[in-house]
Design a protein around this ligand. Structure first.
Ligand code: CO
Length: 160
């Protein structure tokens, strides 16, 4: 396993639409392991393959208990709308209020090519939507209804 460099806004790979994974190889497993390691090292809650310069449809997401890996993920349904604050490892220091579905069903494959289906709500649902956006070259700032001011960011970081 190895840490990968996280690409920052301005890197064209972040704006490219990814291609679906078709070959389930040991290299794919290595890539997923590296994504997980890189996400944890950066203290992120999600990472999409373009963020490490790989234009393939793979995301990893974590909550308090689990780490999810989804290959070729798709949102098959979404309901409700909730506005919440997001940041991104590729846009350090920037936070914004972003409307998202409050609840989503996500479908995809795991590293063994087995189908996975996840119903997510709350913050984790937001992360799935954020990471799947990365696979289409969409960043949260594209969807943000408001970017936070430095004062607002300071207030939030003091709470944590
Ligand atoms: Co992001």
């Amino acid at each position: 396993m190895a840490l990968r460099v996280i690409r920052k806004e301005g890197d064209p790979v972040l704006r490219k639409k990814t291609v679906p994974v078709s070959k389930f190889t040991p290299q794919l497993v290595n890539l997923i392991e590296d994504m997980i390691e890189t996400m944890l090292d950066a203290e992120g809650v999600g990472l999409a393959a373009p963020q490490i310069g790989i234009s393939k449809s793979i995301i990893v997401v974590k909550d308090n208990e689990n780490i999810f890996e989804i290959i070729n993920p798709e949102i098959i349904s979404g309901e409700g709308e909730v506005v919440g604050i997001e940041g991104c490892l590729s846009l350090p220091g920037i936070y914004g209020e972003v409307p998202r579905f409050s609840r989503v069903e996500v479908k995809g494959l795991n590293r063994y090519k087995k189908e996975v289906n996840i119903s997510a709500e709350g913050f984790i649902s937001r992360i799935f939507q954020h990471e799947i956006d990365h696979l289409r070259g969409v960043l949260f700032v594209d969807r943000a209804v408001k970017l936070l001011t430095p004062e607002e960011i300071k207030k939030i970081s003091e709470k944590h």
